[in-house]
Design a protein around this ligand. Sequence first.
Ligand SMILES: C[S@@+](CC[C@H](N)C(=O)[O-])C[C@H]1O[C@@H](n2cnc3c(N)ncnc32)[C@H](O)[C@@H]1O
Length: 221
Amino acid sequence: MSENNAAPDVPAWLTDTRTSYDVDASGYAEKVQGLLEAHPHLRAHLDVFVELVQRDGGGRVADVGCGPGYVTRYLQDSGTEAFGIDLSPAMVAIAQRTYPDLHFEVGTMTNLDLAAHSVAGIVAFWSTIHIPDHAMAGVIEEVHRVLRPGGHVLVGFHVGDSTEHASSGYTGQPISVDTHRRQASKISDWLREANFQIESESVFRPDDIVPGGIVLARRRR
Ligand SMILES: C[S@@+](CC[C@H](N)C(=O)[O-])C[C@H]1O[C@@H](n2cnc3c(N)ncnc32)[C@H](O)[C@@H]1O
């Protein structure tokens, strides 16, 4: 998929992820409709994150890999100044159309277009799942750079040890995207190495084939 449209300095996996979500944006948006309403444990983690951001003085919160924007909406309605960033222009278009009062922009967590110390919090819900291991340290460095000292990061992910390749999207169209499943301890270790303090590690429905994981961490001052 990447052979015809790869930019010289953009890795093929990133181009493939963007193209795949562009192709599959409407299918994905439909699939996740009502997800937060159906999953109180997800809302609970977002609520804890919001409370900590507010306790530490409030400020802007970036929903990185925001997809169709429903988490950005929840963060804003819970009392933060939330905005969304996503790799896929088609996904950003859906988010902007669905929530015209919020701000969404195209960007990549591998190179965030945000000033150092400019945000109070970052949520990355099921978006680092598309970052290969060798690029994760760079992403976490970016998160560390843009978070203000004491800022919070909430990472949601698929739990496991495998990488799955998808070649067909929710609407049946051809895509090419890898999804990396990880143990919570692996995410936490990467964060620790970048000078974050781990606040919590959770695993949801550990008996499912693909459990959900959430790690909450705080940038040390
Ligand atoms: C599984 S969806 C999750 C969307 C949303 N956060 C949610 O929880 O429903 C993954 C999203 O991450 C985005 N994404 C993947 N790689 C990214 C990157 N390097 N930078 C920003 N967004 C990325 C994709 O375009 C897609 O919208």
